[in-house]
Design a protein. Structure first.
Length: 393
């Protein structure tokens, strides 16, 4: 009975029955407090924030893609370097609306931004494809088979979907991907690795824009000292003061306009805090991280504070040697092997290093060393220089 009386007293005192609540409720309510806000990590969001919305990412991708697309290519086998070949004709004019440079710039751009690049072959049932097209990576999805290898690719635009069925030879899609240690089917892009630095750089730019909107100076404080030591404005006075500040003293168009304060009001400007002064350094550090993720020396992007290379020429040479040439070699090797399935030939498509201006000094030294090596045969020297063997009658 005592227990029942206790329950009655509890119900009477609360006026309503108890409701159950999870013990984790307070934790959930405050879990977002102070959390860092990162941008989404899907391909579309990364491209929007890291390429279309960030000057460092945009310039890094353009610099690599344009430099790689401009490299001259050669086609050769073990005995012949071809001056004329159906594959060379196809690459020179891959489709009616694109030339070689435009196609390869789109191809390298997709590879840098998404980690995946897809080339479609049109025609080619009886030989070299009639056209080549670069497809958007964000619209393509791989269909794995029972053994894990791709058996098809789906290209989706809105509610429409087209499936490319893969075959052992003359496959309609060439999929080129970057290395990804945790994904068997898709590559890891440099933009994903640089996503945190992109967010920091964009946030610093937004802070700088807000500072400019506020007449390019930090905020200050309006101190009120009324009669008889009164330090509080009335509600009407406060609303009027706030409206006048927003109308006449905020924004770029009001920069430099003198402030007229009535009796009892005093303006006390606030200087930059140490954290404000570090903002520009943080932005420059984020820019260097973005450039590093893409493999572009910060000196080439005009980012201050980087003294890794002695001069611009050395930085440009390192850019070609460490970033452009490895990517071009990988892409051209994949394209050459894929096109072999159409032609039946065993030829190699690769960049012509002798026509790269940034590597001219290195190539001159290499040619001189190889030419002076008397212990090498002619064929061995040509092999070291990437040339086919001489045809002997």
């Amino acid at each position: 009975m005592a227990m029942l009386d206790f329950l009655k007293r509890g119900a009477a005192s609360n006026g309503a029955p108890h409701t159950k609540a999870s013990a984790t409720g307070p934790v959930i309510a405050y879990s977002g407090s102070g959390r860092v806000a990162w941008s989404p990590r899907d391909s579309a969001s990364l491209i929007r924030t890291g390429f279309a919305g960030n000057p460092v990412g945009f310039r890094a991708v353009k610099l690599i893609a344009e430099a790689a697309a401009a490299l001259p290519l050669v086609l050769q086998d073990a005995a012949t370097r071809y001056d004329a070949h159906p594959v060379l004709d196809l690459i020179a004019r891959p489709n009616p609306v694109q030339g070689r440079a435009e196609l390869f710039e789109a191809l390298f751009g997709q590879l840098l931004l998404s980690g995946n690049a897809y080339v479609e072959a049109v025609g080619g049932e009886t030989g070299v494809p009639a056209e080549l097209h670069v497809l958007r990576s964000d619209r393509m999805s791989l269909v794995p088979g029972a053994d894990g290898w791709p058996v098809a690719y789906d290209y989706t635009v809105g509610a429409k979907k087209h499936r490319f069925q893969m075959s052992e030879s003359a496959a309609p899609i060439c999929h080129i991907k970057s290395f990804h240690p945790q994904d068997d089917h898709y590559g890891l892009s440099a933009l994903q690795a640089a996503a945190a630095a992109v967010d920091v750089h964009n946030a610093a730019s937004a802070w700088s824009k807000a500072l400019l909107d506020n007449a390019a100076r930090p905020s200050g404080a309006i101190i009120y000292k009324g009669v008889d030591g009164e330090g509080t404005l009335s509600a009407d006075q406060y609303d009027r003061l706030l409206a006048e500040m927003e109308s006449y003293h905020m924004g770029a168009r009001n920069a430099g306009r003198p402030m007229l304060l009535e009796g009892g009001l005093d303006w006390k400007p606030m200087g930059f805090s140490p954290s404000d002064m570090e903002f520009q350094k943080v932005k420059e550090a984020a820019a260097r991280e973005i450039a590093t993720a893409f493999g572009v020396p910060p000196m080439l992007l005009g980012i201050p504070g980087d003294m890794t290379y002695a001069n611009y020429q050395e930085a440009n040479r390192a850019f070609y040697r460490l970033t452009v040439l490895p990517m071009v070699g990988k892409v051209t090797a994949a394209l050459g092997h894929w096109l072999d399935g159409f032609t039946g030939d065993s030829v190699a498509l690769k960049p012509d290093l002798d026509q790269v201006p940034a590597l001219a000094a290195e190539r001159d030294q290499q040619w001189a060393r190889v030419a002076a090596a008397d212990f090498l045969t002619e064929d061995e020297k040509r092999a070291l220089l990437g040339l086919p063997k001489l045809e002997r009658v």
